[in-house]
Write a protein that binds this ligand. Structure first.
Ligand code: SF4
Length: 289
């Protein structure tokens, strides 16, 4: 992989670190794409670019993978200009043109709608994200995109799991691939296996022209911040715990939980379960059989 001009100044040690990090992010992204069958032959992938470190990294890694992937796919970057005061409109077009990436800038004044609808002092992120999603999903259809790629990473997924458990009474996270609520689009999260700290480091190496995400004046979601702090503390004090939590998301045993919609406890005596966890039943057989 050739280095960008700004990378030329990196000393040898930094360059080695950069190469290692880039390889790791490529490997993890490639694995997530394969595990969830995210991108297939002929797909047109709409890469949602907010101007934050995650979406820049996603675009960069997908462009890297495009050269070596066993399938041919197209990438189109799309930014939604939500008309937040002070949004530096020139930053993304300049970057994308310099990099030779096909792109669209979609303009929708969701900022005014949010300001009008949400009472002063209330958090605006819920409505803002819904409006953003709606605009982007509609636009994907317009340009014939077959996949919509979002830049959420592994830490976002784990944070969402705890947010839902602590504040929503649900055990659910954020899937690496899903069909949108309106049924019209397939949404993918190629960075699902990547750690945020690697993305932060990669983004600093690449010196992406980051657009701050607090232009709207909204406070960062307080509950998410509490979870983030908790997970960061665990990561410092209990190495391996975050990895185990993510592994757990991929290794569910419905018969060991208590959701009657997922496992048929009712007819257990009859030995005819409607659903269940084959893997766990095999474990039980191995232990007792
Ligand atoms: S921080 Fe601002 S731009 Fe981001 S989702 Fe919340 S309201 Fe929208």
């Amino acid at each position: 992989m050739s280095l960008q001009p700004q990378d030329a100044q990196l000393d040898a040690k930094k360059r080695t670190r950069f190469n290692k990090l880039q390889k790791k992010l490529r490997r993890e992204t490639g694995r997530a794409i394969a595990d969830f069958n995210m991108i297939g032959e002929g797909d047109k992938v709409m890469v949602c670019l907010s101007g934050g470190k995650d979406s820049y990294t996603m675009l960069e890694i997908l462009r890297n993978l495009q050269h070596s992937a066993p399938v041919n796919f197209e990438l189109v970057a799309v930014n939604l200009d939500q008309k937040q005061p002070g949004f530096p409109e020139h930053v993304l077009p300049e970057y994308l043109e310099r990099e030779g990436v096909a792109y669209h800038i979609l303009e929708k004044d969701t900022y005014s709608i949010v300001k009008e609808k949400v009472p002063e002092g209330k958090t605006t992120c819920g409505l803002c994200s819904r409006l953003r999603r709606g605009s982007l999903y509609g636009f994907a259809e317009e340009i014939g995109a077959t996949k919509i790629a979002l830049g959420h990473h592994r830490d976002d997924i784990i944070e969402t799991l705890f947010l839902n458990m602590f504040y929503g009474g649900k055990m659910k996270a954020m899937p690496p691939k899903l069909r949108s609520d309106d049924n019209r689009n397939i949404v993918i999260r190629p960075l699902a296996y990547c750690r945020e700290k690697d993305i932060i480091e990669f983004s600093a190496f690449k010196d992406f022209p980051i657009i701050p995400c607090n232009l709207c004046g909204s406070q960062e979601n307080l509950q998410r911040q509490v979870i983030k702090d908790m997970l960061n503390r665990w990561d410092r004090e209990q190495p391996g715990r975050i990895e185990n939590i993510f592994a757990a998301i991929q290794n569910i045993a419905p018969s060991q939980l208590a959701d009657t919609r997922l496992f048929d406890f009712e007819t257990l005596e009859e030995g005819q379960q409607r659903g269940g966890d084959q893997a766990h039943r095999l474990d039980v057989i191995n232990l007792f059989g």
